[in-house]
Design a protein around this ligand. Structure first.
Ligand SMILES: Cc1ncc(COP(=O)(O)O)c(C=O)c1O
Length: 340
């Protein structure tokens, strides 16, 4: 029996139909600006996010990093929520490549406008000027949680009133839109830069975009080149993204329902505490033993999971796992935890 891989929503394999769309893509040299499929994807995503322009990049990491680098100078500060990807999981790029320092605020990945105001450092030669607030929605390490639209508006307004820019890491904005019953455009409203990924819940093999004003995207274009992200016949990858938007976005509620089913099947399991999922990420706390012990036992039984801390397991649903698979995984996880 095939393993049930719940380590991430990045583990999906491109379907035969997606591969055909990739093979059939009309391409050109995108470093010369000549790839029509890349252009089409960039225009479509800019429109979906209500932005003037967008730029196709290989990864979400590059999208975040060039957006933040474009809006800071070395020595500037970026305010970030607890556990944010652009701080915790991007190899220190903000420090190494943008030369920015970070200040972490909030406690569960989200934060308030009051916390932004309290954290802001103004015009003081002894301090690092705070230039950008970065929001992550959905928030990965906080368990795929969604921001309320009112809270987003308050944070963006506070940032702008203080003369800062607001960046949205919307790697999973598609999931956030489904869960919040909003459009991506509504969730991105007011942000100066937005990064989105096609390679997470949407199932493309690679590809992200950064969106914003034409001026910002021009600056991002230069940093994309500097970071080594200029690609040639990238339409092959962009075609997978177009296919993913056309065919995989509408099915995201299925992933959310499967995450809920997994959490419900584990509710009451001995030695486990499960956070009710808002989207496709389920955080499971291990009360006895360690997360890695449960993960090792589950792996031997054909269920792959990730660790999100010494006591915390992360399970992510996606288009390559169905309801039977998640229920099988729940049984294996409960049995593994019961043995500790
Ligand atoms: C919230 C978030 N932002 C950005 C990224 C980075 O994406 P990539 O792995 O394509 O660099 C990830 C990856 O999982 C993520 O979860």
């Amino acid at each position: 029996m095939a393993a049930v891989d719940l380590r991430s929503d990045t583990v999906t394999k491109p379907s035969a139909a997606m591969r055909k769309a990739m093979a059939d893509a009309e391409v050109g040299d995108d470093v010369y600006g000549e790839d029509p499929t890349v252009r089409r994807l960039e225009e479509r995503v800019a429109d979906m996010l209500g932005c003037e322009a967008a730029l196709f990049v290989p990864t979400g990491t590059m999208a975040n990093q060039i957006a933040l680098r474009s809006q800071t100078r070395p020595g500037d500060e970026v305010i970030i929520g607890q556990g944010a990807h652009c701080w915790r999981h991007e190899s220190g790029a903000l420090a190494a490549l943008a030369g920015a320092q970070t200040q972490i605020i909030g406690s569960d990945g989200t934060f308030t406008a009051a916390e932004v105001r309290a954290a802001f450092k103004g015009d003081d030669p002894y301090q690092s000027p705070t230039k950008v607030v970065a929001v992550e929605n959905t928030h990965n390490m906080a368990g795929g949680i969604c921001w309320q639209r009112a809270a987003l508006t308050e944070v963006v307004t506070a940032a702008h009133q203080l003369g800062m820019a607001a960046h949205l890491d919307g790697a999973r904005i598609w999931n956030a839109a489904v869960a919040a019953g909003e459009t991506e455009k509504q969730l991105a409203h007011g942000f100066d830069s937005v990064s989105v990924c096609l390679s997470k819940g949407l199932g493309a093999p690679a590809g992200s975009l950064v969106a914003g004003s034409r001026a910002l995207i021009k600056a991002c274009h230069r940093f994309r080149k500097m970071h080594g992200g200029g690609m040639r016949q990238a339409g092959v990858l962009a075609a997978a993204g177009v296919y993913a938007l056309d065919h995989h976005r509408a099915r995201l509620p299925e992933d959310h329902a499967n995450a809920k089913a997994l959490a419900e099947a584990l509710a009451g399991a001995a030695g486990l505490r499960v956070m009710p999922p808002q989207t496709n990420i389920v955080m499971i706390d291990v009360e006895r033993g360690t997360a890695s012990a449960v993960i090792a036992q589950a792996r031997d039984a054909g269920v792959l999971l990730g660790a999100a801390g010494p006591q915390r397991i992360r399970a992510v649903t996606h288009l390559d796992v169905d309801r039977d698979a998640v229920l099988r995984a729940a049984k294996v996880i409960a049995e593994a935890a019961a043995k500790l």
